[in-house]
Design a binder for this molecule. Structure first.
Ligand SMILES: [Zn+2]
Length: 481
């Protein structure tokens, strides 16, 4: 009897090994190489123009702070003088004073239009961080064939590239097949309520449903897929959701010389700790699954084995992805306290303590799931849990890689970046394009920067060669069918 049992177990093990090996060997092969084109029609003045754009401090400081009107006015004049043909030939709409839409009428107005977007505002540079920059942060210095400064990557490179491509094409008297809207927001870094939100509302009012919206987001990655020895273009096809959750404790305070055993701050502390101890359940979203399918065949034997046998190695794969903060964010809803408030005086125990968690919601989960998770984790009736509705965004719909617009973008990327492998991707941060997702056929987040560095951090910079690549890419987006 025992012998028979061992025999059956052995057969089962051999069977599993056979399936694993079969899947692994089937999941291999060379990822095709597509022919790229020489970068023509990109002009030489772009680097200087981006340098000038960086020097204008279009900083978004905070949601409730006033806009630095003088700098945004300067930026408008800069655009008008640098791109005169765009301003002469394309009607411009203005939203909330400093966000712009240019309308480039197509030959066939029955076709649904395209939207190319970029934002003109940048995040501030903290005074303490300034000394860590190797050039002054708003100098726009060009050295080592690279343009340096806040906004060089996020997102003035895209804004300038769109303008460069449009200016050159308009000088050539080019007219697109379908109407193209060039949209430039001025408050993306503080949620886009005055810019992109208003622009998208105008689109809805006019009943314009774009066939394709292209915005910042994905780039060309050369660091995370080293064993492929080829660049990988990750095209954002959807965004995680966004919700802030407030947790509040109210408890009678008193004099700090005679503290109770547990104060409002103590209870809040424990609540925060309990939320941070665990994560919500993991899953691998569809775009990341597809990323594995597309890049997997070029990987090592071990990686191919794990990726092609997820029925067996899923747990291992997820724990691998949980190792770094970037990849963890691809398989989990994240939750982190970003604001903690309590107390007004050093010798008074406060009667209210409050914390705000910022959460980025994975597709397949909702803001209500996040609230449930927080309540269960805290498990204390003295703590009230409430989601904020003002900035709430559930996870977006995904643009399928079978969508003709994804295929179009894929083909254009092959033409622009030599040797590139293209894959869909999930955006973990929010962009202005989220306002267009509910009524657009396809929304894709990508610009072909290969060696751009330091966005939102120190030494933000982009090589001139990347900028040329981007102009070429926008040129193809405007001209190719
Ligand atoms: Zn940005």
């Amino acid at each position: 009897m025992l012998k028979r049992f061992i025999y059956l177990i052995l057969i089962a093990i051999i069977g599993i090994i056979a399936v694993v090996l079969f899947n692994t060997f089937r999941f291999s092969g060379k990822i095709p190489v597509h022919q790229s084109l020489p970068l023509t029609g990109v002009g030489d003045s772009a680097a200087l123009h981006l340098s000038k754009a960086i020097q204008i401090k279009t900083v978004s400081f905070g949601d409730t702070l006033p806009v630095d009107t003088a700098e945004f006015k300067k930026f408008r004049v800069f655009l008008e003088t640098t791109y005169p043909t765009v301003h002469q030939k394309l009607p411009r709409l203005i939203f909330s004073e400093f966000s712009y839409v240019f309308i480039w009428k197509g030959k066939d107005t029955t076709l649904k239009p395209y939207v190319l977007m970029a934002h003109m505002d940048v995040v501030p540079v903290e005074a303490v961080a300034e000394k860590n920059w190797s050039v002054p942060s708003f100098s726009g210095m060009i050295k080592e064939d690279t343009i340096w400064g806040r906004g060089a990557v996020d997102d003035k490179a895209s804004a300038i590239s769109i303008f460069e491509a449009a200016e050159l094409l308009l000088k050539e008297n080019f007219q697109p097949e379908r109407t193209i809207y060039l949209c430039f927001g001025h408050d993306e870094e503080i949620a886009g309520k005055r810019g992109a939100a208003k622009i998208s509302a105008w689109f809805k009012e006019q009943k314009i449903e774009p066939e394709l919206v292209v915005d910042e987001g994905g780039q060309v990655d050369t660091e995370h897929f080293k064993e492929l020895k080829r660049p990988v273009a990750v095209i954002g096809v959807g965004e995680k959701g966004y919700v802030n959750i407030d947790i509040t404790v109210e408890k009678t305070g008193g004099h700090s010389s005679m503290p109770q055993q547990e104060t409002a701050i103590d209870i809040l502390n424990k609540a925060i700790m309990h939320v941070r101890e665990k994560q919500m359940s993991a899953s691998i979203p569809a775009p990341i699954q597809e990323l594995f399918t597309r890049i997997g065949p070029g990987g090592s034997f071990i990686n191919r084995m794990a990726l092609s046998n997820q029925w067996l190695f899923r747990g291992m794969l997820i724990s691998q992805l949980e190792q770094t903060k970037e990849t963890n964010a691809l398989v989990h809803t994240t939750l982190v306290p970003t604001i903690v408030k309590a107390g007004i005086k050093d010798n008074v125990i406060p009667s209210v303590a409050k914390a705000t968690f910022n959460s980025r919601i994975l597709p397949g989960q909702t803001s209500d799931d996040v609230v449930d998770f927080v309540k269960k984790a805290i498990h204390d009736d003295r703590v009230t849990v409430q989601k904020q509705s003002i900035s709430l965004m559930e996870p977006s719909a995904m643009t399928s890689s079978d969508h003709p617009m994804f295929k179009r973008m894929e083909a254009i990327t092959y033409k622009t970046v030599p040797q590139v492998i293209v894959t869909p991707y999930l955006m973990i941060g929010a962009t202005d394009s989220r306002y267009f997702r509910p009524f657009s056929s396809a929304v894709l987040n990508f610009a072909p920067m290969t060696n751009a560095k330091g966005f939102h951090g120190i030494n933000e910079r982009i090589p001139v060669s990347d900028l040329k690549q981007m102009i070429f890419y926008y040129r193809l987006l405007l001209t190719e069918k």
